[in-house]
Design a protein around this ligand. Structure first.
Ligand code: ATP
Length: 798
């Protein structure tokens, strides 16, 4: 399709290519001068027509040739007979004063011939012509009576006839409406900002009406004061500036005081009135998430400008029923730890407890000379003496010089998503893709920026809180991002976990064209979608290259500043977050077919804003392969069944000692942090999606590029030579003549996606034209000359 279009465009270009003499610089120079002088001459003639047209009128009703050959006829126009004739022709017989716009076209043309482009030629001719027609009708319509006895037709004969005709058909009012409508059409299609301008006008009006009562109040008060204190007129005027802030502050009770108390504990409140106002605004920011970036030249959120971010009251507070760890519990645990260690002749100098939501961290400083490994080996003994599961010993705590023993609390707390979302840390985070995960052991809100990860691997045995964790991630992004800034691709082979988000398809989801289901559950569609994402990735890289931007942030910043022209294919790029729940199912059924595009996206997609989160219940090495592990440096482990599983995910033990229900270890750049995942229940997620769903949306989900060459029947590993790619033979000839069998070579030569090229190479391998994949080395070409190749191709076709 694309190539067809290209060749069409090429042939068009050929037909309309400029004559050779026009490309000669000297011709263009002379042409430019001629056009400019002619423009100047015509301008003078037009202007002169206003002053001399009356006197010349009776002499201009003959043909131009007669006019210039008859020496007895003399005209007043400053530019002589031709000028007089031209201006009469254009202004009175043609378009009235709208004829001046033709001068503009001539100016654009003459500048063009000197290589100065102020506007697209086609556009300026089209819109000037339309505007002249409109103006001439408009002028004739408005001034039909006032100029009836003048020599000058402001709308010209053209305008006069059309306007008379329109009035006879639809009357004066109808004609006026047609004129207004056509003007709006010309403005809307001729200027990019027209719609935005009118919207802005409406907004400004709304604002003005909101402000009016306050201003009126100020004015009323001032008038009242003036009448009261007429004798102190001067002083009253001096007082005006002091009045305003007082009146403004008196309108403040719009922000309820309880709201302030709810979010920010009353601290450091100044007596100063102005500061009081600032604090109130901050308080509002915490309860109602406001994260739209300040409006720039281009506002990506404008399409859904009235979109409201989910409110905090959609979430529930699960923390109400939480019980606090008692002093006795702490004391008894401490004693048991000290006793057990003493039993093994380990003396400790100091012990300190930090109470977390699910575990309490006992930090001990051993007496000098005690070997750390000795304590580490006592994990099971301490667990036995505390009769608790899930004891974890961190020896030593990095950067602290102490040894940590994490002991589960008797009644673990639930960390509510509500509190995490309302926390200052999350609200004020400036991350591009902020994710609020939960609370650390020292009760700090744990947030991370998905763009820095840049991909996340989530693993955990069944029922340990993975789905809740994924919901927490999605929810926190929904609370912070506008639909124009973020799209999700949701892949859910289990079919139940992510279906809850299908209602926000038109706001936040991206899918394949012609695909009905917004959540991808079918394995073949998963492969197509992942390949389509690879194409999107390639096209985003091309855009970045064209824009000389290093990453999506720089690119979007340039786009927002209107430095990138949408006519050249540039567009605002939303972040795309791909979430795969139950990755194991995919790998088991499609193997390399899914692993390859995932690895490719994971390797390259960071700069262009595609981020992946893959979750699995089965963290075994055949699922989380070396390729996946290498490309997913950020990992989250919920409780897993064995130490081997823990090592597979985190490269260290520990996940097997977690206590479940959202207790997790987060490993980012070799830091291991224990976090209690925030709890968000399904009804809460439903409330959020309903809140979004009920708002104005885009007409459809974001359409991912079409993936060409996808064959839904083929499965991993099998290459069916009966279903060869259309480019198979050409690719074979290329490989044999160049004696190089690289996928990237084929990709470049035929301008096709990586995956299609890869598939062709697989077919070439199956046909015995190239050798097997040899890692970093290029594939060997097994056919030496074209003759042998043709024979081989003949055999395959038969
Ligand atoms: N962060 C949490 N805080 C409190 N309870 C939690 C938390 N996460 C999970 N739970 C509890 O554990 C249950 C199972 O969680 P979840 O459905 O997320 O497990 P899962 O790992 O996705 O299981 P599966 O893999 O079978 O889908 C929840 O219904 C909830 O009661």
């Amino acid at each position: 399709m694309a190539t067809k279009k290209k060749s069409k465009a090429k042939s068009k270009r050929k037909i309309f290519s400029k004559p050779k003499f026009l490309t000669d610089e000297r011709t263009r120079f002379i042409l430019g001068i001629t056009l400019s002088l002619f423009t100047l001459y015509t301008s003078l003639a037009f202007v002169s027509f206003f002053f001399t047209g009356g006197a010349d009128q009776s002499k201009l009703d003959i043909k131009w040739l007669e006019l210039i050959t008859d020496s007895e006829i003399r005209v007043e126009n400053w530019t002589g007979k031709t000028g007089a004739y031209l201006s009469n022709l254009f202004i009175n017989k043609g378009f009235g004063i709208a004829s001046f716009s033709f001068l503009y076209v001539m100016l654009v043309l003459s500048l063009r011939s000197w290589g100065v482009k102020i506007q697209s030629l086609r556009k300026s001719i089209l819109y000037t012509l339309l505007f002249s027609i409109w103006l001439s009708i408009g002028m004739a319509f408005v001034f039909v009576d006032s100029t009836s006895d003048s020599f000058l037709f402001l709308g010209g004969s053209h305008g006069f006839f059309i306007s008379e005709w329109l009035i006879s058909i639809i009357g004066s009012v109808g004609t006026l409406f047609v004129l207004i409508l056509t003007l709006l059409c010309i403005l809307t299609f001729g200027f990019q900002n027209t719609v935005g301008f009118f919207k802005g006008l409406v907004k400004r009006k709304e604002k003005a009406t909101e402000e009016t009562p306050i201003q009126e109040e100020v004015e009323e008060e001032l008038v009242a004061d003036n009448s009261k204190e007429e004798s102190f007129e001067e002083e009253t005027f001096q007082d005006i500036p002091e009045f305003e802030p007082e009146v403004l502050l008196s309108t403040e009770p719009e922000i309820p005081v309880e709201q302030i108390d709810e979010t920010i504990p009353a601290e450091n409140k100044d007596e100063d009135d102005v500061e009081l106002k600032i604090e109130a605004v901050r308080a509002q920011e915490e309860t109602v998430p406001i994260n739209q970036e300040p409006l720039e030249d281009f506002d990506p959120t404008l399409d859904l400008s009235r979109y409201k971010f989910p409110t905090i009251d959609l979430l529930e507070d699960h923390q109400i029923n939480n019980s606090i760890v008692s002093k006795e519990e702490l004391e008894s645990n401490k004693n048991k730890i000290v006793e057990t260690l003493r039993h093994y002749k380990i003396e400790i100098v100091q012990i300190k407890a930090t109470i977390g939501p699910t575990v309490t961290l006992y930090e001990i400083v051993p007496a000098p000379g005690v070997r750390i490994s000795k304590i580490k080996n006592l994990e099971d003994d301490i667990a036995l003496s505390l009769s608790a599961l899930g004891i974890r010993i961190i020896a030593p705590i990095p950067g602290k010089g102490t040894i940590g023993i994490e002991v589960p609390n008797r009644t673990p707390e639930i960390v509510s998503m509500k509190n995490i979302i309302a926390s200052k840390k999350f609200q004020e985070s400036k991350f591009a893709l902020p994710v609020a995960l939960g609370r650390t052991i020292s009760n700090e809100t744990y947030t991370l920026d998905l763009t820095k990860m840049p991909h996340l691997l989530v693993a955990g045995a069944t029922g340990q809180g993975k789905s809740v964790g994924l919901n927490a991630i999605i929810t926190s992004l929904l609370y912070k991002k506008h639909p124009s800034q973020l799209k999700f691709v949701l892949i859910d082979p289990k079919k139940v976990e992510l279906s809850i988000y299908s209602t926000i398809e038109k706001h936040f989801l991206a899918k394949l064209p012609d695909e009905e289901e917004p959540i991808i559950t079918d394995i073949h569609k998963v492969i197509t979608t992942l390949n389509s994402l690879c194409i999107e990735m390639d096209s985003r890289y091309d855009l970045l290259k064209k824009a000389h931007a290093r990453n999506i942030k720089e690119y979007n910043a340039k786009f927002v500043k209107r430095k990138l022209n949408p006519e050249n294919g540039h567009r605002y790029l939303p972040y795309i977050v791909v979430i795969i729940d139950e990755f194991a199912d995919l790998i088991m059924t499609a193997g390399k077919e899914v692993e390859a595009p995932i690895a490719r996206i994971a390797q390259l997609a960071r700069a262009i804003g595609i981020h992946m989160i893959i979750a699995t219940q089965r963290p075994s090495t055949n699922i989380i392969t070396g390729v996946i592990k290498a490309n997913f440096p950020a990992r989250i482990a919920f409780k897993v069944a064995s130490m081997i599983d823990s090592r597979t995910i985190l490269d260290s033990p520990g996940a097997n000692q977690l206590i479940g229900r959202g207790d997790m270890l987060v490993s980012i750049s070799s830091d291991l942090v224990r976090v209690q995942c925030a709890f968000v229940d399904t009804p809460e997620v439903e409330a959020i999606t309903d809140f979004i769903k009920d708002q104005q949306s885009y007409p459809s989900a974001l359409m991912l590029p079409e993936y060409v060459g996808e064959s839904s029947e083929s499965t991993a590993g099998e290459v069916d030579l009966q279903k060869r790619d259309a480019l198979f033979e050409e690719a074979a000839r290329l490989v044999v003549t160049s004696q190089q069998g690289s996928t990237s070579g084929i990709q470049r030569r035929f301008s096709i996606g990586y995956n299609r090229a890869g598939r062709i190479v697989d077919q070439l391998e199956a046909a015995g034209i190239v050798g097997p994949f040899e890692g970093s080395k290029a594939r060997q070409v097994l056919v030496q000359d074209e003759y042998s190749l043709e024979q081989l191709l003949n055999n395959i076709s038969n």
